[in-house]
Write a protein that binds this ligand. Structure first.
Ligand code: 5GP
Length: 189
C-alpha cells in the first residue's frame, strides 16, 4: 500500500538491519485517520468471508485491529499478556517464548468471548519472526474457532514470519513488505 510505504519512508526510523521504529504514527503516538485507512484496507482484502471477530495481541496491535473490526462491523478480541502462568479455568492459555525479547509470557483469551462458530481474522502491527502470531493462532484454535487469515501493517520479509504462518495453512496479507533495511535505508518488495 503506497500510503503506508510513503509514511514509513518519511516518518519510520530503521534503527539497524532488524528493527524499524514507527513510534510517531503506530506504536507510541497513533494517527487515527491514517490508522482508519489502514484498517479499512485490511478489511477490504479479507471482507465477506464470514469473519465474526477480529483478534489481536495487546498492545500495539490494538489500533490497527480496532479499525479493521470497525470496518468489518464485528467485535475486537484482545489477547492478553500475563507475565507468568496463573491457572484459570475460564481462560485459554498458551506460553509464548519471545526470542526477540528473550522472555516468556503467557497469552490468554477468555472462553466467554469465543466459540467453535467463530471465524477470526488476526491483525497485528508487525510480522517479524511470527512467534506472537503463532501463539495467537494456537490460542484461537483451542476454542475450535477457525482463522480467516493474518493481516499486518508491516511485514519484515527478511525474517521468517510469513513462511511460518503460511506453513500453518493461514493466509498472510501485509500492507507494506520490507525487503531489507539498514540504518536510514528501507526498501520495499
Ligand atoms: P514476531 O517476531 O513474533 O513476529 O513479532 C512480535 C512482535 O514484536 C510484533 O507484534 C511487534 O509488536 C514487535 N516487533 C517485531 N519487530 C518489530 C520492529 O521492527 N519494530 C517494532 N516497533 N516492533 C516490532
Amino acid at each position: 500500500m503506497k500510503l503506508l510505504e510513503e509514511k514509513i519512508k518519511s516518518d519510520g526510523v530503521a534503527v539497524n538491519e532488524h528493527i524499524l521504529k514507527v513510534d510517531s504514527f503506530i506504536n507510541h503516538q497513533v494517527e487515527p485517520a491514517l490508522m482508519q485507512q489502514l484498517g479499512e484496507e485490511i478489511a477490504k482484502h479479507f471482507g465477506h468471508r464470514g469473519i465474526t471477530k477480529v483478534a489481536t495481541i495487546e498492545s500495539s496491535g490494538i489500533s490497527p485491529a480496532l479499525m479493521t473490526a470497525l470496518a468489518l462491523d464485528v467485535p475486537l478480541l484482545i489477547l492478553k499478556k500475563q507475565p507468568s502462568k496463573i491457572l484459570n479455568q475460564d481462560l485459554y492459555q498458551t506460553v509464548v517464548t519471545s526470542f526477540t525479547k528473550e522472555t516468556n509470557y503467557e497469552l490468554t483469551l477468555s472462553k466467554k468471548y469465543i466459540n467453535e462458530n467463530d471465524h477470526v481474522l488476526l491483525v497485528d502491527d508487525f510480522l517479524a519472526n511470527g512467534e506472537a502470531s503463532t501463539a495467537a493462532i494456537r490460542l484461537i484454535r483451542m476454542s475450535h474457532a477457525t482463522i480467516a487469515g493474518l493481516g499486518v501493517l508491516i511485514e519484515k520479509s527478511f525474517q521468517p514470519g510469513r513462511e511460518k504462518i503460511s506453513a500453518q495453512g493461514i493466509e498472510v496479507f501485509a500492507l507494506a513488505r520490507i525487503g531489507n533495511m539498514s540504518e536510514n535505508y528501507i526498501s520495499f518488495l
